[in-house]
Structures are given as structure tokens and as C-alpha cells.
Design a binder for this molecule. Structure first.
Ligand code: RIB
Length: 304
């Protein structure tokens, strides 16, 4: 799965991100300190914020390339991407154990997640340079925070003139050292908006970030309250579509994939938010991560 040489002129969206095997345990309640708890069921799913977002981008209709590392035991993750329509020519194989997550899902569909980076931490500066050199000015680079070399990716993409989209999840203080002038879009939840700006209220967070980084745009997802999108020119609000929660895993990733696909296709912001919101709401009503992401047609039918 080494990268082929040659031009990749039609590349539009590169997602340099994690691939995880999700070990999912259905539980009555999240296990407490000192407690031993029997799970109601167990399964192993394809996940990782990177993989989920690539699958959502592809299902929404984008041409997406996923770059990342397949480790020991992770072959099915490459298959899942490919079968979902994602280009996997930028994946490499490494000897580290596959990145994975232990996920508890409770009766309300809420989750808690323990991550192990494994192969996702095997990305090197040389790989970053090699992959990003195949993309062009105006292409998108989508990043989450589950892989190594994020600062190198931002720097390379800036030099290349790519639009960087950052979903700083899971948040770490070291992310504050990134070159935010090189970032076009920040996709965050309320908590991450506060962690990045120091402001609890999303409007105040936007005000501060906009003053510091005048070309930045931002979407804040607000769970049941919907989402709000800020650009230097506009503010667009979107209500959440109600659904009965089975499993909230990958709802944010689904929103990201649908929002970016429609944005890159030139749709109006309100329409991007509408589609992203409906896609996320459908994903919440289904179990699993990548498997819960709806196809574009399902989203359009639900909206119609
Ligand atoms: O966003 C959901 C994802 O977070 C899961 O699939 C898990 O792998 C973790 O990365």
C-alpha cells in the first residue's frame, strides 16, 4: 500500500488521519473506579476519527484520499475505506499494533472512549512531505488529533497552499502551539471551542478567534442544540434533527464529512449545515462508528 509515483491531479480532499479498531462494549452504565462490570455485548468495528470522517466524506459524494498507517491486524480498515469509495493509495503499512479504541456505550447511547494510538503514531515527517507533495493549491487537508506529526502536516499544507481543516479532537494543550494562521476551518464542539479560546460562549469564542485569525472560519456543534457556523462574513445557525439515540459514536465525524463535502462542492452554508445535521442525526440512530454513517441518498430522502 505504498504511495504510487505520478501526478494525482484530481485530488480534492486529503484526510491525514487515524484508523482504529473499535472494541465496543454495550453496558448498563460506564464502569466506575474499582468496579468490575459484565458487558451486555461486545463487537469489533471499524473506526477512528480519521477513518470515520473519510467514510462520511466519500458517502456524502466527495473524492477523498485517506493517508495514514495500517498496523498489525488492521487490514480490514483499509478494506472498509476502499469499499466506501475512499482512495487508499496514500496508506502505508507499518509493523506497530493497529491503533484501537475501547468504547463503552450505555443504554442512552452515550459513549466513553479509551484510545491507544499504536500505528496512528507511526506517521513520520518524511511520510507527511511525500503525501502532501502530491496535492495542490486549493485542495483541502482534513486533520483530527489522533495521529503523530500534526504540526508538520499544517506546515507542509501551508507551503502548498492547501486549505487546512482542523477538528482538534481529542483536545490537547499542545494544539494551541499550531500555526492557526494556516488553518481555514476549525470544526469543534462546545468544549473544544472553550479549550481553544478560553471562552465558554460560542459567540465570544468566535469573536476572540476572529480577531486573532481574520481568515479563519469555524463550526461549533452543540449536540441537541444543533450547530452554529461562523465565517468572517456570516453566522449561520442550524437546529438539530431529533432522533432516538442508539449510539452517538461518530456523530461528530459524520457531521464533519457531510459539511466539508457540501462546502467543497460550493453549496450555500445553510445547506451544508442542514445536510451535515441530518446526516449526524441519522448516524446517532444506528450502532457503530463508520457503519452508522448514512449514504447521501438517505440524507437527501430524509430531508425531502
Ligand atoms: O469519533 C469516534 C471515534 O473516536 C471512534 O471510532 C474511536 O475510534 C475514536 O477515535
Amino acid at each position: 500500500m505504498e504511495i504510487e509515483s505520478g501526478e494525482v491531479s484530481r485530488m480534492k480532499i486529503l484526510n491525514f488521519g487515524s484508523l482504529n479498531l473499535d472494541y465496543v462494549y454495550q453496558v448498563e452504565h460506564f464502569v466506575q473506579p474499582g468496579e468490575t462490570l459484565s458487558a451486555l455485548s461486545q463487537c469489533v468495528n471499524c473506526g477512528g476519527k480519521g477513518l470515520n470522517q473519510s467514510v462520511a466524506l466519500a458517502k456524502a459524494g466527495a473524492k477523498v484520499y485517506h493517508a495514514g498507517c495500517i498496523g498489525t491486524g488492521g487490514e480490514r480498515l483499509a478494506r472498509e475505506l476502499s469499499e466506501s469509495g475512499v482512495d487508499i493509495s496514500c496508506l502505508v503499512t507499518v509493523e506497530d499494533i493497529q491503533g484501537n479504541a475501547m468504547i463503552q456505550v450505555d443504554r442512552r447511547g452515550e459513549n466513553c472512549i479509551l484510545l491507544f494510538g499504536g500505528s496512528n503514531r507511526a506517521i513520520t515527517p518524511a511520510m507527511v512531505k511525500r503525501v502532501i507533495s502530491r496535492f495542490e493549491q486549493g485542495d483541502y487537508l482534513v486533520l483530527q488529533n489522533e495521529v503523530s506529526c500534526i504540526p508538520e502536516m499544517v506546515a507542509e499544507a501551508k507551503e502548498r497552499g492547501m486549505k487546512v481543516v482542523l477538528n482538534p479532537s481529542p483536545f490537547e494543550v499542545s494544539l494551541l502551539n499550531l500555526d492557526f494562521d494556516a488553518i481555514s476551518w476549525l470544526l469543534v464542539n462546545e468544549v473544544e471551542a472553550e479549550q481553544i479560546s478560553g471562552q465558554k460562549d460560542p459567540d465570544a469564542a468566535w469573536q476572540l478567534l476572529h480577531e486573532r485569525y481574520p481568515v479563519l472560519s469555524m463550526v461549533v456543534t452543540l449536540g441537541k442544540e444543533g450547530a452554529v457556523c461562523y465565517t468572517p462574513e456570516n453566522k449561520v445557525r442550524q437546529e438539530a434533527y431529533p432522533s432516538s439515540a442508539v449510539d452517538t459514536t461518530a456523530a461528530g465525524d459524520t457531521f464533519t464529512g457531510y459539511f466539508l463535502t457540501t462546502l467543497s462542492q460550493g453549496m450555500e452554508l445553510q445547506e451544508c449545515m442542514r445536510r451535515a445535521s441530518m446526516a449526524a442525526s441519522i448516524s446517532v440512530s444506528r450502532a457503530g462508528a463508520a457503519a452508522s454513517i448514512p449514504k447521501r441518498q438517505e440524507v437527501e430522502e430524509a430531508l425531502a
